[in-house]
Each structure stands twice: as C-alpha cells, then as structure tokens.
Design a protein around this ligand. Structure first.
Ligand SMILES: Cc1cc2nc3c(=O)[nH]c(=O)nc-3n(C[C@H](O)[C@H](O)[C@H](O)COP(=O)(O)O)c2cc1C
Length: 280
C-alpha cells in the first residue's frame, strides 16, 4: 500500500468505487462532498433520488448510502488511507449520513497500531470485489454454501454492527411467503430450479430499527456481499414486508438475501462521478 496524495483524480476514483454499491431500483440516492482542508468526505442523502412509494421511511435510502460508504472505506484503505468514519455526526442535519476523514496510517511502532493496520488490510483486501459484485437475477445451482464461508459472512455482518443468520428450511419458506420483493420481482426465482427447495437464504438484521441501525445494516450488507463475491458466490436481494417486522421482535430484519452459485450477471450503469461529487 503506497500512500497517495489526495488530488482530484484520487478523490474521484474513491467516489467511483463508492458508487458501485447496490441501491434499491439502482436509484443511487447519494451525494459526496470532499472538504480538501480537512481531507474529509461527507456522505449525504440525495433527497431528489429518494423513492417515496417504494421507500416511504427512507430505510432503503440509508441502506444504499451506507453500502456506498462501506465501498468508500474500502477504496480509501486500498489507497493506504485510514478512513476515520462517523455516522450521523450532526443531529441538526439528518441528510449528512456520515463523514470519512482520511488519515495516514499509524506508524507500526505506535501503541494500538497493529490493530488499526490489520483492520486497514482487511478492508483493502475487499477492493477487487467492488467491481465484481452484482445483484444476481439468475437461477442458482443446487449447491450448498460451505459452512466456513457462511461463518465468514456472519463475521462480516458482526463487524459492522449487524447480525446475519441462515434460517432453517422450514423458516426460510415462511420468510419467503411473507416477503414481498420491493422491485416487484417474482420470488419464485428465490428457489433453486433443481429441487424446489429454497436456496441458501440469509437474514440480515439489527437489534433496533433507527436510521443509525440502517446505516450499520447497509455497511454490513456491502461487507458481506464483497466477502461473498470474493468467494465466488452470487447474491440476490429482496426487501421484506412489515408483517414480519413486528415492533417488539428481538431482531429487526433489514434484508433477505439468497446466496449461492450462479452464472455471472451483467453490470448495471452508474451516474457519472461529477454529478454526485463536489470538491471544496
Ligand atoms: C436496500 C436495497 C433493496 C433492494 N431491494 C431489491 C429487491 O427487492 N429486489 C431486487 O431484485 N433487487 C433489490 N435490490 C438490488 C438492486 O436492484 C441493485 O442493487 C441495483 O439494481 C444495482 O445493481 P447491482 O447491485 O447489480 O449493482 C436492492 C438493493 C438495495 C441496496
């Protein structure tokens, strides 16, 4: 990892990586502002890109922006910057979802540096998967996800403050029955073509259901999607209905995923970086 200077080209390339994130209906509901004096990115909600019908409370907007925030952290680490991140830093400005201050990595001899440097390497290692990750719409092969890979995905979600679990087949059917695809897709595609059994379903949840939890869930989603991509897995995403998101449930479901092996999916388009980035 060679330390780079923060010129316009580098800042643009970091934001380009951020915008490869998934978002509901590919709405790309984000804006970035780079404050050169403090080497700090602001990640903002783009209210002109929100979807009031499909996403009345802004949960999906937060999930998508947080997935982009996670990519920004990965790209910064790959460029040898320590991304010091704060979520919802200004209580008077709820559209300011996060700030990411770029700092040089600590010298290895400094107390606590080993942990920070290991965290940086873990993030940087995910960089190649940013370009490879795609939401799959293909039928999945009837092939289980190995237990050790499932453990890595659970760990990925935990690291970002969310939980991932793999419901047993009986519960998976119930989840599918109660789920409703936010993009109107037929959830029959969530079953394998071979056996009619649900493919490996995974449920991403948080303990509470506030904007802060959505930001944690979105970063957890992207971290686990990048880990999955690195292990050759495909993922399909579907949103849930409120019927099984009871206010007092111990787990607040944020996303249903189907994980497995599928043919490659085509890339989807992104808005050009100059439309979403302002540099001060
Ligand atoms: C919060 C959120 C909700 C999503 N919900 C669905 C969904 O219900 N059904 C679906 O097919 N895709 C869903 N997606 C995936 C998006 O359609 C996909 O990310 C977008 O089209 C961009 O494509 P890509 O992920 O291949 O880059 C969702 C993505 C996010 C972040």
């Amino acid at each position: 990892m060679a330390v780079q200077t923060l010129d316009t080209q580098v800042v643009t390339s970091l934001v380009r990586a951020a915008t490869a994130a998934p978002s509901l209906h590919n709405a790309q509901p984000w804006r970035f502002r780079f404050l050169s004096d403090s080497a700090t990115f602001q990640v903002r909600a783009a209210l002109d890109r929100c979807l009031p019908q499909a996403d009345p409370h802004g949960r999906a907007l937060h999930l998508g922006c947080a997935a982009a925030l996670f990519n920004l952290r990965v790209a910064a680490a790959h460029a040898a910057w320590l991304p010091v991140t704060r979520l919802l830093p200004d209580p008077y400005d709820p559209r300011l979802l996060a700030t990411v201050r770029l700092e040089p990595p600590p010298p290895p001899a400094r107390a606590g540096a080993a942990e920070e440097l290991a965290m940086l390497t873990d993030l940087a290692d995910l960089f190649p998967a940013i370009r490879q990750r795609r939401t799959s719409r293909q039928p999945f092969r009837d092939e289980p996800v190995p237990a050790e890979v499932r453990e890595l995905l659970v760990d990925a979600a935990e690291r970002e403050g969310a939980h991932l679990r793999f419901p047993p087949p009986g519960e998976a059917w119930i989840i599918l029955e109660l789920s409703q695809d936010a993009e109107g897709r037929d959830l029959a595609n969530f079953t394998t073509s071979g056996t009619g059994q649900p493919a490996q379903l995974a449920l991403l949840g948080t303990s509470e259901d506030r904007p802060l939890d959505w930001l944690r869930a979105g970063q957890a989603l992207e971290r686990l999607l990048l880990v999955a991509t690195g292990h050759g897995l495909s993922a399909a995403l579907t949103s849930h209905t409120p019927e099984w998101s009871e206010p007092h449930a111990p787990e607040r479901p944020q996303m249903v995923l189907r994980l497995g092996y599928a043919p490659p999916s085509p890339a989807t388009a992104r808005r050009p970086v100059p439309l979403v980035l302002e540099i001060d």
